[in-house]
Design a protein around this ligand. Sequence first.
Ligand SMILES: Nc1ncnc2c1ncn2[C@@H]1O[C@H](COP(=O)(O)OP(=O)(O)OP(=O)(O)O)[C@@H](O)[C@H]1O
Ligand SMILES: [Mg+2]
Length: 255
Amino acid sequence: MAGAPAISISGLSVELGGRRILDNLSLEVARGEMIGLVGASGGGKTVLLRTMLGLLPKTSGQVEILGLPLENASPSEVRAIGRRCGAMFQQGALFSSLSVRENVEFPMREYLDGSDRLFRSVALAKLRMVGLTETDAEKMPAQLSGGMTKRAALARALALDPEIVFLDEPTSGLDPIAAGDFDALIRSLHEMLGLTLFMITHDLETLNAVCDRIAALHEGHIIADGPMSTLLQSDHPWLKAYFRGERGRAIQWAR
Ligand SMILES: Nc1ncnc2c1ncn2[C@@H]1O[C@H](COP(=O)(O)OP(=O)(O)OP(=O)(O)O)[C@@H](O)[C@H]1O
Ligand SMILES: [Mg+2]
């Protein structure tokens, strides 16, 4: 549906191993938004991402991606939605047995018909877009630095010109300069491509620099949602501790 939100989640609950991880969670993301999701480690952020992508089963509730309810979707519809979404996962960002270029070609080979030459030139264009060279393209993942791995994983998430890109901790493990460069890259891609961006991050600088809106996940659902200023003013004890604690305060010192 053309006018539908990019993501619409209502009353979502997910139980894993007998534990309720997500509990009656609702969240809507408009097309073109850049939303950041924060929450305690182990709080269910990655589970939410995997559930939205249809990789984990839900116990109850609705998830609609680009107007299509995952629940009633046929396998071919799920596949069609998968083609319109790109994801950069927290773990296992790249296939270790494939070169960087082959990693970026992988989703194209899965979804599109095309010649090796075409896939190769599109993959190289995506890699250039994220600041990697033709020499980097022929490297194996083990030969990359952390920052290069993140860029390569982003290029792979962009391989199919997605409408929504999901990023799980894109700047974790990078030094502040590399993380800042990555933030700038994400921002410029967003401006250039008009993507909807859903980003999970603990990096307060990234949240501040990149996201229009922040949603906080606590005890299985969204307890606050709005611009950084709204979250900073919240009286919720967990939010106060998260944003105004020792580490969180750094962001305000910088102002
Ligand atoms: N496939 C699974 N089966 C059973 N339990 C799982 C599964 N995946 C995740 N969990 C559990 O769900 C909880 C939430 O995990 P999740 O990975 O979503 O946390 P997170 O918010 O992404 O944390 P972090 O910030 O550390 O990445 C954890 O207790 C985890 O052990
Ligand atoms: Mg996680």
